[in-house]
Design a protein around this ligand. Structure first.
Ligand code: ADP
Ligand code: F6P
Length: 328
């Protein structure tokens, strides 16, 4: 059997650990592995290279993906997928392991419909994929945000300021809630929950009266487009509103793509290695259209259809506790 592996959508720290596990587990079973560059774009263009144990040497600790990633609208078209099919057949690939998010899995579904064995591995810092407690990259990203929150809290305290920190999460508040709970933010705003800026301002004023001379407000980028803020980056709109309503000296930090890089944490390396190895076992045993998840501290396998359909929601309990911890 010859299998391919590709990384698709936003890259995530830990993808290289998964690629390493896929290549080495496949070689362990005498199965040839080919790396496809730049996601589905590279598949369509035939950017396909043989992988061996050495090509995945010294990558375990590296963020990003040695296979590069890309978004590829052409693969959403029948014509684009026919080009991909041609390349798969030319290389004699009968299976494909896809690392990415929901969108990438929809692409894998289409390849499954064309007769190829496909297995999905959840890899996105947003952590918004169903049927898994964690996606590869989330733990590293939220730790990157925590490091930034700690540094910003130092200067906020020195200058008695309010800091608005905008974090990633296309339409999901997992990074924001995790960083708020573990970082001690005074407020956290996420796209999933209607927010009341006047309540946030009241809390800031209450904290000031109690002698808490600085506040950290974490906001998920998904709030962009809220008419209240009408800013390119919602963090600036929120900061302006707070400054006008409370008079507090307010600053903004938009963390952006630093959340996508960095050496993967132990946890991301662990789940990436376990997921990569399991994906190889599944595809070599003839399974297809499955996603490898990590649920209740162990590897779990779900139909890809179910993973795509299942909408994962942030924990309201964590959100409420984050607010209690910082405002009592
Ligand atoms: P993610 O995998 O992180 O959700 P995207 O939603 O950007 O990232 O999807 C990544 C790529 O997956 C897209 O650029 C496209 O090539 C492919 N893709 C997404 N949705 C579909 C679909 N419905 N059919 C076929 N391919 C898709
Ligand atoms: O999906 C992961 C993610 O980092 C989102 O959190 C973010 O909104 C998006 O990708 C950014 O996309 P790009 O890398 O194309 O700027």
């Amino acid at each position: 059997m010859k299998i391919g592996v590709l990384t698709s959508g936003g890259d995530a720290p830990g993808m290289n650990a998964a690629i390493r596990a896929i290549v080495r587990k496949a070689l362990y079973h005498d199965c040839k592995v080919y790396g496809i560059k730049r996601g589905y774009s590279g598949l369509i263009k035939g950017e396909i290279v043989p992988m061996n144990s050495r090509t995945v040497g010294d990558i375990l600790q590296r963020g990003g993906t040695i296979l590069k990633s890309a978004r590829c609208p052409e693969f959403k078209t029948e014509e684009g997928r026919m080009k991909a099919k041609e390349q798969m057949d030319k290389m004699g690939l009968t299976g494909l392991i896809v690392l990415g998010g929901d969108g990438s899995f929809m692409g894998a579904q289409k390849l499954n419909e064309l007769g190829y064995k496909t297995i999905g591995i959840p890899a996105t810092i947003d952590n918004d994929i169903g049927c898994t407690d964690y996606s590869i990259g989330f733990d590293t990203a939220v730790n990157t945000v925590l490091d930034a929150v700690n540094k910003i809290r130092d200067t906020a305290s020195s200058h008695n300021r309010v800091y608005v920190i905008e974090v990633m999460g296309k339409n999901a508040g997992f990074i924001a809630v995790g960083a708020a709970l573990a970082g001690g933010a005074e407020a956290v705003l996420v796209p999933e929950i209607p927010h009341n800026m006047d309540d946030v301002c009241k809390q800031i004023n209450k904290n000031l009266k109690r002698g808490k001379n600085h506040s950290i407000i974490i906001v998920a980028e998904g709030l962009m487009g809220d008419p209240l803020f009408n800013e390119q980056c919602c963090g600036f709109g929120i900061a302006k509103y707070i400054e006008e309503k409370t008079g507090a000296d307010t600053r903004v930090t938009v963390l952006g793509h630093i959340q996508r890089g960095g050496t993967p944490t132990f946890f991301d390396r662990k789940i990436a290695t376990l997921m990569g190895a399991k994906a190889v076992d599944l595809i070599l045993s003839g399974q297809s259209a499955k996603m490898v998840g990590y649920v209740d501290n162990k590897i779990a396998v779900y139909d890809m259809e179910e993973a795509i359909r299942t909408k994962k929601t942030i924990s309201m309990e964590e959100l409420e506790l984050a607010n209690i911890m910082s405002n009592i």
